[in-house]
Every structure is written in structure tokens, then in C-alpha cells.
Write a protein that binds this ligand. Structure first.
Ligand code: IVH
Length: 677
């Protein structure tokens, strides 16, 4: 792929008609990719490739002004609000940024600003460009009243209910706050969580997310806030829209104020005052960014003086006082030596690329997941191919492209095995995944035990991948419950197992018996149940037995449990083998929880009701939602035919209109309090 910025396009080759055809083509392609990105959260090309299309179009429009058009994608931000969410108009529109990949253009930007500033001195901040989903929070008198996605920049989707579930977003600003302020930032999925989420998706036969941004976009645009809550999103803030009353004079002071209010900002903000120092800071950020919790794809350089920002203003698309410097994706070319199969804990067969080791984005890569058979077919990956490797979300090595032009005919197509490579049992298709049909398969047993003992579950120190493999091999572990039958004598018979390690391991196992119930629940490996939902289940049911006998309807009343999860939990507890496992764990003395005798008998008076909240209420939305859930009801983000109640506070807008249109009963604050007692 050619670099978009530095090589001038050969415009002279284009006759006027060829230019006009190409402009039309480019606009269509860009519009399509915009829709895929913003409306479906499923891009087909990288940002880098997208930027290259946009830049080619801009250059053609510059060279042929007669082809320019008001509604060209070069003039505006992509994306339209989704139909399912109600729309939210931004008070101050959300702009995009001009991009560059070239240090030279970055210098030109600084020079341009110096000229505009005339005699005045200039100063810049250099921040990470967070690769998440842009969000605008509206706080009124310090209270979060609305959260909206960018949409087309003027109007976005109202995603308040989902944003309320993000733990580092304050529902109330600390200290004194203006009567009205829009806070702008990015919602992201932490890189580490992205890696885990995708591994789980492979296991469940779901298509992987291409990067953390897609995962965040998919999560924030969930109509069910419970799913958003289960995804562990976070946010970081870097700007403001409307701001009533006194405003700071410089960007750095704005950051300090956001932080004082309790809003998270970037951990590193660098500074510069001329071409050299700004370029140096951008290079430094290029190194620092690998250590941030979120994925970044560039650095944003902003003029610090807010007065000068106002004075220099914007073009139709972007402010003149800021620019985004994008880092080129770090890719490496290598050979795909073989494709092997990894068997997961639920039996999913995941194809893995065995690569000639190659250095990319800070470490050597020798393996990359290929996710599933369809992925291999879609990219036409063959054994012996030369491939391009990139780290998805800066952490997971991924094959992004096959160099088909380098094939010499010796490459071999890959076929999924008909039998499990671990135990030899036949495989069967489940969605996009192939699964081993045996339950006693050694690989599955190993993975189930590894998961049970892992840090996020029972946290049994010392019982890692290598030891589990050794114990399974030696016939000492055939399932989770065997962990509690291990004894010193048989451990000491193992190779490389000393007195001290054996003592420590047995102590860690003994200690795990009293670990909190949610750890056990997560460790059992019930499909779709992650840490958050395991915690919610433990909080709600207090004992494993209460959970085991819960109906799907009761499960659905819980904050982070959606329909798929409710069915999965219910089915898991019906299974005979799983019941037998639970009985042996009970006998082994594991903590199955204690019934909460202090709690009032559960009142399910709102059972089967589905609520939407809107407007300003006298209590926070979160409190109202919690109350509804406690009483057995469900809270969703938008009004539909399924909605049974609308709780409307002051200044309720389009949701109220929609509810009236559909004949959904509307309750005000007072009626709601009465209903809930
Ligand atoms: S400032 C008017 N700062 O990148 C300027 N944007 O490609 C508004 N982004 O629309 C944006 N990190 O969604 C700014 N530190 C940062 C950013 C940032 C990520 C996003 C933002 C923006 C997009 C432009």
C-alpha cells in the first residue's frame, strides 16, 4: 500500500473525466466505509487505508475545484444515528480533526499557527489520540443528564443508560460545576480486556472484534445496557463543548479542572512550543503509548491558548488549532510455516498460525490466532504464504494480509481436521466454530482446569499451564474436582517437583476452598459468564444452590444478565455431569456461599416489566434503575413495543413522545415512588 501523504499523486495523468469518475468512485467507497464504521461498527479496512482514500479524494478536489461538492465526505464527519436509539443533538457540534502521517506537515501546521498568532507566543499540548468511540457527556449543575455518541457531529445517539454503567465516569462532578457543560472524550475497551474478550469469543464461536475500538463501539451501541456493563469499558476525556460561566484560559488548565471534577484524563500530556519540540514530543508519545491502558493510533497536537483557538476557528470539518499525527501501523512481513489447532475449554478448535519469528510493535511474534475456518477462507491464507503481521489492539498478533503476488505454487490450502487433534473424537460444526465432541478430551480438561485455577477465577498460585499439563499427563487430574484430591506423596513423584513447591501448592489449594462464591462461579466455566456477571450472580443469590434452582425469568432480572446468558446458566445447571461436579466440590469443602438471612424476602412486584427512564429525576437514573431491578423489573435504553413503563422526569424529550405514540404508560417521579414503596 502506498503512503498516503508524502508522495504527490500524479494528477496530470487524470483527464477531467477520469478525475470525475475517480471522485465519484472514491465518494461511494468512503460513504460505504463510513457506514460500516459508524453505523455497523464493522469496518472492512484499516483507518490508514480509509485515510488514504479520503486524502486522494481531497487532492483530486483541490486540483479540480469544479468537482468539489458541499456534501463530499471531505467536508464532514461520517455516521448517522442508529434508528433504535433516540437521537441527541449536541449543544456545540462535535468536530473531527485533520490528520497527517508526515512530520513535514506537522511542521507546516506549527508554522501556520505561528503566523496566525503574529507577535504572540505560542504553546502546544501533545496528547495521545485514543482509539475509542467519541462520546459527549452533558452535566447540568454537576449531574450527568445525558451521554451521546458523535453521530454526524451535530446529532448523535442517546447512550446514557449504557454510559452510566462505565465505572470511571462520575455520575456527579466533584466540587463546584457550571450549570451546563458538555465533556468530550473517548470510551474505550482496555487492551488487556480486549485480549481476553476475543479469546472468549473464539471459544464461543463468535466472530472476533478486529480491534478494541470496534469492541467498544459494539459495546456502547448495545440496546441492552446489561451487555455494556459486562464489557468493562472505561473512558478518558480531552475537551469540552458548551461551558456556561467562567472558562479557563488554556487547555492545560481545562485538563486540571476536568481532573478536579473527578473525570479521567490521559496519564501523559506532553508540551512543545515550536516545530522541533512538537515533533520531538510526538515521537516520544509514539514510544510512551505502548504502555497506556487504551489503544492509540496517533498524537493530537493542540494550541494551548483557548482565546487563540476561538480566534482561529475551524474549517467546515475540523478546527485550525489542532492536528492529529497518526502513527503508521507497525507491520512486519514473515512466512507462515504451518497452521496448528488449539483445543479450548469448551472444545472449540482454533486454528493458529505458526510463523517464522518476526519483531513487531516491541516484541517477537511466532504465533498468531486465525480465529476460525471462515477467517482463513475469507483471507485465503495458505500454508507457506508470505503474510503481513500486525498487533490487533497493540497486543494480539494478527495476520492482516496475504502477499498473494509472492506465491510460487508450493503453498498448501488448509483444511480443518475431521477429528480432534488432542483426543481423536469426531468434530462437529457449531456456528462458525468446529468443536470436539468428547467431554473427556484431554485438551479440554486441561483448559478447564487452567481456567478454574487462573487469576480471574480461583487464583490458585502455582497451578499454571505447565503444571496442569504435567498433572493431567500423569493421570492425577481428570477434572476440576481432582484438584482437591491431590496429595503430597503423588505430587512428590512428579518430575521437577520439590518439597517446597508441593507444600506451597497444597496450601494454595487449601486456601482456595474459602474463596468468595463469585470466583467459584467464574471458575466453573459456565458459557458467557465473565467476572462481572459472576459477581452480580453471587450478590443476588448468595448461595450456589439458590442460583442452581433459579428460573430463566429470575435470572433475567439481574443487571448484567441478558437472555443468552440466562439460558446458558439455566442449561448448565440442568446438566448431569455439571451437577456431579458441583457435588464433588461441595464434598471437598468449597465455599458455596451463605444464605443472606438479613435480607428482606425478595419483592418481585415489578416482575416482567420493562422500563425506560428519561428526563431529569429527583434521584439519579442509576438509583432508579437499581430500584426497578431489585423489584424484578428490567431497564432498557429506548422505547419500543416491548416497553411496559416510561419513567419521565422534567424536560423529557423524544422518548416521552414515542411512549405516548405507542400508548406506553408514563409515570412521573411521585407515581414511581409510590409504586416502589
Ligand atoms: S480533540 C475539535 N483529542 O479523534 C477537536 N480528539 O479523528 C476535537 N480523539 O473526533 C477532538 N483522542 O473522537 C481530540 N486527545 C484527543 C483525542 C481525540 C482521540 C478522537 C476524537 C476525534 C477524532 C478525530
Amino acid at each position: 500500500m502506498s503512503k498516503p501523504s508524502s508522495e504527490p499523486l500524479e494528477l496530470f495523468d487524470h483527464s477531467a473525466t477520469r478525475a470525475s469518475t475517480r471522485v465519484r468512485e472514491l465518494r461511494e467507497q468512503i460513504e460505504r466505509h463510513n457506514r460500516l464504521y459508524y453505523e455497523h461498527a464493522a469496518p472492512e479496512i484499516s483507518d490508514y487505508e480509509f485515510d488514504a482514500l479520503l486524502r486522494e479524494l481531497a487532492e483530486l478536489e483541490n486540483a479540480h475545484p469544479e468537482l468539489a461538492s458541499e456534501d463530499s465526505p471531505t467536508r464532514r464527519v461520517g455516521g448517522k444515528p442508529l434508528e433504535e436509539f433516540s437521537s441527541a443533538a449536541h449543544i456545540v457540534p462535535m468536530q473531527s480533526l485533520d490528520n497527517t502521517y508526515s512530520p513535514e506537515e506537522l511542521r507546516e501546521f506549527v508554522t501556520r499557527i505561528r503566523k496566525l498568532a503574529e507577535e504572540r507566543s505560542i504553546h502546544f499540548t501533545i496528547e495521545p489520540k485514543v482509539d475509542g468511540v467519541a462520546i459527549s457527556l452533558l452535566y447540568e449543575n454537576g449531574r450527568l443528564v445525558r451521554a451521546a455518541t458523535r453521530g454526524d457531529g451535530v446529532t448523535g445517539d442517546d447512550v446514557t443508560q449504557n454510559v452510566l454503567t462505565i465505572s470511571n465516569i462520575p455520575h456527579r462532578l466533584r466540587g463546584e460545576a457550571p450549570s451546563q457543560i458538555e465533556i468530550r472524550g473517548e470510551v474505550y475497551l482496555p487492551k488487556a480486556i480486549f485480549a481476553r474478550l476475543n479469546a472468549e469469543r473464539d471459544e464461543e464461536g463468535l466472530p472476533p472484534f478486529a480491534n478494541p475500538r470496534n469492541a467498544a463501539a459494539g459495546s456502547i451501541k448495545q440496546l441492552d445496557p446489561a451487555v455494556t456493563a459486562s464489557r468493562k469499558l472505561a473512558a478518558v476525556f480531552y475537551g469540552t463543548g458548551v461551558w456556561t460561566g467562567d472558562q479557563p484560559a488554556i487547555g492545560r488548565e481545562m485538563f486540571a479542572t476536568l481532573q478536579k471534577w473527578g473525570l479521567p484524563i490521559s496519564e501523559r500530556i506532553l508540551e512543545g512550543s515550536d516545530e522541533d519540540s512538537v515533533n520531538a514530543a510526538v515521537q516520544e508519545m509514539g514510544e510512551l503509548r505502548h504502555d497506556f491502558a487504551y489503544e492509540t493510533d496517533g498524537a493530537v497536537v493542540k494550541l494551548d491558548s483557548l482565546a487563540m483557538r476561538r480566534e482561529f476557528g475551524s474549517t467546515a470539518k475540523a478546527p485550525r488549532w489542532a492536528i492529529a499525527y497518526k502513527y503508521e501501523p507497525e507491520r512486519a512481513e514473515t512466512k507462515l510455516l504451518d497452521i496448528t489447532i488449539q483445543v479450548g475449554r469448551t472444545g472449540t478448535l482454533t486454528p493458529v498460525a505458526e510463523l517464522q519469528p518476526v519483531f513487531v510493535s516491541g516484541s517477537t511474534v511466532s504465533r498468531a490466532t486465525l480465529h476460525n475456518e471462515e477467517e482463513i477462507q475469507r483471507k485465503d491464507i495458505r500454508i507457506g504464504d508470505t503474510v503481513l503481521i500486525e498487533k490487533a489492539g497493540e497486543v494480539i498478533p494478527a495476520v492482516v494480509e496475504v502477499k498473494k503476488e509472492l506465491r510460487n505454487g508450493s503453498e498448501r490450502a488448509f483444511e480443518m481436521p475431521q477429528h480432534c487433534p488432542s483426543c481423536g473424537a469426531p468434530v462437529s460444526k457449531d456456528g462458525v466454530a468446529w468443536k470436539c465432541t468428547s467431554h473427556t478430551c484431554g485438551a479440554q480438561v486441561r483448559r478447564r482446569i487452567e481456567h478454574f485455577a487462573s487469576k480471574q477465577a480461583m487464583d490458585i498460585e502455582g497451578l499454571g499451564e505447565a503444571l496442569v499439563a504435567q498433572l493431567v499427563e500423569a493421570g492425577l487430574l481428570n477434572g476440576i474436582s481432582d484438584i482437591y484430591r491431590l496429595d503430597r506423596k503423588s505430587l512428590l513423584n512428579l518430575e521437577r517437583m520439590g518439597e517446597k513447591s508441593a507444600t506451597n501448592l497444597l496450601a494454595a489449594i487449601a486456601e482456595s476452598r474459602s474463596k468468595p462464591l463469585w470466583r467459584l462461579l467464574h471458575g466453573l466455566g459456565i458459557p458467557h459468564i465473565g467476572v462481572t456477571s459472576a459477581r452480580d450472580l453471587a450478590n443476588r443469590f448468595h448461595t450456589l444452590d439458590a442460583l442452581a434452582s433459579a428460573t430463566e425469568e429470575t435470572l433475567l432480572g439481574i443487571h448484567s444478565i441478558g437472555e443468552i446468558m440466562a439460558t446458558a446458566i439455566h442449561t448448565w445447571f440442568q446438566n448431569q455431569e455439571n451437577r456431579a461436579l458441583l457435588e464433588s466440590l461441595r464434598t471437598a469443602g468449597l465455599n458455596f456461599g451463605e444464605a443472606d438471612t438479613t435480607a428482606a424476602p425478595t419483592d418481585q412486584r415489578l416482575q416482567d416489566t420493562i422500563w425506560v427512564l428519561t428526563g431529569t429525576l429527583s434521584i439519579s437514573r442509576e438509583e432508579a434503575s437499581e430500584m426497578i431491578r431489585r423489584l424484578g423489573g428490567k431497564v432498557t435504553g429506548s422505547v419500543s413495543k416491548k416497553t411496559t413503563h416510561l419513567l419521565a422526569g422534567d424536560d423529557a424529550g423524544s422518548k416521552l413522545d414515542k411512549a405516548r405514540e405507542l400508548g406506553v404508560p408514563v409515570l412521573d417521579d411521585a407515581a414511581f415512588r409510590e409504586l416502589c414503596g
